[in-house]
Design a protein around this ligand. Structure first.
Ligand code: LIP
Length: 263
């Protein structure tokens, strides 16, 4: 089994190349390729092209590993390691030209199922800002070459990130969740890219994050960033229609946030 640090180095190298492709395609103009779970759930040609690049680079470097990608699906490997990839997290931002999107790459071991795997390494890169968050199991979380840690919440309340599902039918429950959380918040941010929201919790740029409805590739890398930065992440709560609640925060806030965000 390779050292987590080796997997982190590979994730960072591929994220950089994939991020440059995504950034370049954005400057050339973005074409919507299709809609998926709902009209608002779009995929661009760049999503597909970036994931193809990531998948090829991983296969070249580690041909026996498995792959689980947002756009091209799952393929089991023989090594016990699976790469969980969102080529462009924050796709709607990307399509609108809002510079808040990320390449998210995680290497996990065990069953490639959220809540069952053990994350070994992860990289989350915003190609528009150049912010590169990276972590490996036991190696801490880094923003570039600066080690980062989750925040300590102040008396002013918590600055929280969240998000809403693509299906309008889920928005009433999403808004009710925000209403339940507000009493412990100083404010809420809805940036539109879960991987970056989680990276921001890891770096203390948000005090916490909560969202129901994320896919495994949205949170695989970001959750490791948070735990390696001293934070806690919950992913086990799945509702009756299969929407997973993800909650992340530093130790001082986590239990309170989990209690009010849960439904
Ligand atoms: C998105 C997440 C975002 C969430 C959206 C969507 P995508 O991922 O990053 O936090 O609110 O519904 O899941 O679709 O851009 O990869």
């Amino acid at each position: 089994m390779p050292a987590p640090s080796e997997l982190e180095t590979l994730a960072v190298e591929i994220a950089r190349e994939a991020g440059e492709l995504a950034r370049r395609r954005r400057t050339e103009g973005v074409a919507i390729a299709a809609t998926k779970s709902a009209l608002a759930d779009i995929v661009t040609e760049a999503d597909r092209e970036v994931e193809d690049l990531i998948r090829r680079r991983i296969a070249e470097a580690r041909p026996d590993d498995g792959f689980l990608g947002e756009e091209s699906g799952a393929e089991r490997g023989a090594s016990g390691i699976t790469w969980v990839v969102d080529p462009i997290d924050g796709t709607v931002n990307y399509a609108y030209g809002i510079p808040v999107y990320a390449v998210s790459i995680a290497a996990v071991q065990g069953e490639p199922v959220a809540g069952e795997w053990e994350a070994l390494a992860g990289a989350v890169l915003n190609p528009a800002s150049g912010e590169l968050f990276r972590a490996s199991l036991g190696g801490g979380t880094w923003l570039g070459d600066v080690r980062v840690e989750v925040s300590e919440v102040t008396d002013a309340g918590a600055l929280l990130g969240t998000g809403f599902g693509y299906d309008p039918a889920t928005h009433a429950a999403d808004l009710a969740r925000v209403a339940r959380v507000m009493p412990i918040a100083r404010d809420v941010r809805r940036a539109g890219a879960a991987a970056l929201d989680l990276a921001y919790v890891a770096a203390g740029k948000l005090d916490g994050y909560f969202e129901r409805g994320l896919q495994p590739w949205d949170h695989a890398a970001g959750a490791l960033l948070v735990t390696e930065a001293g934070g806690r992440v919950a992913v086990d709560d799945v509702d009756a229609i299969g929407r997973r609640l993800v909650v992340a925060a530093g130790p001082a806030l986590f239990e309170r946030l989990l209690a009010v965000a849960s439904d």
